[in-house]
Design a protein around this ligand. Structure first.
Ligand SMILES: *[C@@H]1O[C@H](CO)[C@@H](O)[C@H](O)[C@H]1NC(C)=O
Ligand SMILES: *[C@@H]1O[C@H](CO)[C@@H](O)[C@H](O)[C@H]1NC(C)=O
Ligand SMILES: *[C@@H]1O[C@H](CO)[C@@H](O)[C@H](O)[C@H]1NC(C)=O
Ligand SMILES: *[C@@H]1O[C@H](CO)[C@@H](O)[C@H](O)[C@H]1NC(C)=O
Ligand SMILES: *[C@@H]1O[C@H](CO)[C@@H](O)[C@H](O)[C@H]1NC(C)=O
Ligand SMILES: *[C@@H]1O[C@H](CO)[C@@H](O)[C@H](O)[C@H]1NC(C)=O
Ligand SMILES: *[C@@H]1O[C@H](CO)[C@@H](O)[C@H](O)[C@H]1NC(C)=O
Ligand SMILES: *[C@@H]1O[C@H](CO)[C@@H](O)[C@H](O)[C@H]1NC(C)=O
Ligand SMILES: *[C@@H]1O[C@H](CO)[C@@H](O)[C@H](O)[C@H]1NC(C)=O
Ligand SMILES: *[C@@H]1O[C@H](CO)[C@@H](O)[C@H](O)[C@H]1NC(C)=O
Ligand SMILES: [Ca+2]
Ligand SMILES: [Ca+2]
Length: 367
């Protein structure tokens, strides 16, 4: 067969790779208290289950293959710290509070006359979602009133998240947006606080409490009831329940190795260096590389110089692309070193071409 035709067919066959999931859930049908459950998960998997969104919740419930009417531990625990954070998971370092604010024991924030004010999360207010795609941040005013949690879910389903106002620029942009949209009342933004912390230190701000929960009283750990809606309850940590662990699919290795060494490491200890087939995978990679100690991180991406082609270790050619300008798209110089692909750990986290002898952190995947 003509080689070009062959590659076109390969492209058609391979550009429809199904996306991978970030974590896999494992139901452990043994009753343990929360601490023991955590220990078990950390020994056998990654940690007690973290849940980032409703899709994770659906996956988690699917993993529970026991029909009995149990409570089941997940990895969320009450702590003694109660810090303001953005819905995106970032810590809120210098929120621009209005004079005398925050003044309550309230746990959510609104924008009022360009400044932040804490109010009760159960108020029913309109809100601003942001849709960000790296370069541009767009704002969407939702002229429906909801409590803070429901507003957050709404934004996440339709746009991206409740808007963050992390610095003066963002504050001015949001104020201008509020002006231009003629919004005169309080609006929810993505600022809240709660004392709950995931066992794996994830910043996920997703919560799905049943109504009236958490109701405290020394109930410092979180259970779900999979037979009901799967919503969450706080419960006493010394109770013994079955539990759900999760296993991360992408593992950042913070050692500095050449590309061939990194590949060997991943193949021995996990499955392989990661292949990034989709925008969803890229987003998961972007999450993971934030913790890297090198400015770029190896991917399972190698260059076949003679054919001027980049191929994933998983065998696929590169369909979804996220190259930095000048990288990956022009032919490499074949008389020089072999070149491999890495992702930048900062900036807009694009892919770059590097000689394979550079020593970088890397990402292994577990299938
Ligand atoms: C629950 O957590 C709070 C805050 O960390 C702590 O003060 C309290 O003693 C805990 N209660 C129990 C029963 O462990
Ligand atoms: C999570 O929180 C930590 C500490 O508060 C912060 O350093 C980190 O940047 C946050 N991660 C994300 C993804 O925002
Ligand atoms: C604010 O915006 C200006 C111009 O758009 C930019 O140069 C500056 O770096 C921004 N500052 C912050 C803190 O993002
Ligand atoms: C919002 O509008 C008011 C009054 O029209 C104006 O004084 C203020 O500068 C505007 N703020 C922004 C950020 O555009
Ligand atoms: C929101 O909707 C109400 C009634 O539907 C309308 O009166 C109001 O002007 C709208 N507000 C904005 C800012 O569009
Ligand atoms: C959890 O169970 C272990 C083993 O049975 C026990 O040693 C530990 O004290 C228990 N922890 C709590 C907080 O109940
Ligand atoms: C890897 O390299 C980075 C940057 O050169 C350095 O900061 C870091 O300490 C190195 N890590 C190890 C484990 O050698
Ligand atoms: C597998 O991981 C261990 C550390 O957990 C490391 O010492 C070893 O070198 C790795 N295997 C390879 C082939 O790199
Ligand atoms: C590849 O991208 C990096 C980062 O943007 C840039 O510094 C470098 O010049 C690019 N390489 C080429 C050959 O353009
Ligand atoms: C490739 O690199 C070699 C060695 O640096 C150089 O002599 C040659 O001109 C380069 N070829 C191209 C096409 O850039
Ligand atoms: Ca207030
Ligand atoms: Ca409770």
């Amino acid at each position: 067969m003509d080689q070009t035709l062959y590659f076109i067919l390969l492209l058609i066959a391979l550009c429809s790779v199904s996306e991978c999931v970030q974590r896999q859930y494992h139901f452990i049908n043994v009753r343990k208290n929360w601490t023991e459950a955590q220990r078990h998960c950390r020994e056998s998997y990654t940690d007690l289950a973290t849940v980032d969104n409703m899709n994770d919740m659906i996956e988690l419930k699917k993993s529970v293959n026991d029909e009995r009417d149990y409570y089941i531990w997940i990895g969320l625990k009450r702590t003694s710290v109660d810090k303001w954070q953005w819905s995106s998971g970032e810590p809120a370092l210098y929120p621009n509070w209005g004079p005398g604010q925050p003044d309550g024991r309230d746990e959510c924030a609104v924008m009022r006359n360009g400044e932040l004010n804490d109010v009760s999360c159960s108020l029913s207010l309109t809100f601003i979602c942001s849709s960000s795609n790296n370069m541009n941040t767009g704002h969407v005013f939702v002229n429906q009133t909801k409590n803070w949690r429901d507003a957050q879910s709404f934004c996440r389903q339709t746009h991206s998240d409740l808007v963050s106002v992390r610095n003066q620029n963002e504050s001015q942009q949001v104020q201008k947006f509020i002006n231009d949209s003629h919004i005169s009342n309080d609006v929810w933004i993505g600022l809240f606080r709660d004392p709950w912390q995931w066992s794996d230190q994830s910043n996920s701000s997703f919560r799905d409490w049943a109504s009236g929960e958490p109701n405290g009283g020394g109930e410092n750990c979180t259970v779900i009831k999979p037979n009901a809606l799967g919503q969450w309850y706080d419960g006493s940590c010394i109770s013994q329940f079955p539990f759900v662990c999760h296993e991360d699919k992408l593992i950042l290795i913070r050692e500095n190795l050449t590309w061939p060494e990194a590949m060997r490491y991943c193949r021995q200890n996990y499955t392989d260096l990661v292949s990034v087939h989709s925008v969803q995978m890229q987003e998961e990679v972007m999450n993971v590389v934030k913790r890297a100690s090198t400015e770029a991180v190896w991917l399972g991406l190698h260059n076949f110089c003679s054919m001027n082609m980049w191929i994933w270790l998983s065998g696929e050619i590169v369909c979804y692309q996220n190259w930095a300008p000048g990288n990956g798209t022009t032919p490499e110089n074949c008389s020089l070193e072999k070149r491999k692909g890495a992702v930048q750990s900062g900036g807009d986290q694009r892919w770059i071409s590097r000689p394979e002898t550079h020593k970088l952190n890397f990402i292994c995947s577990r299938s």
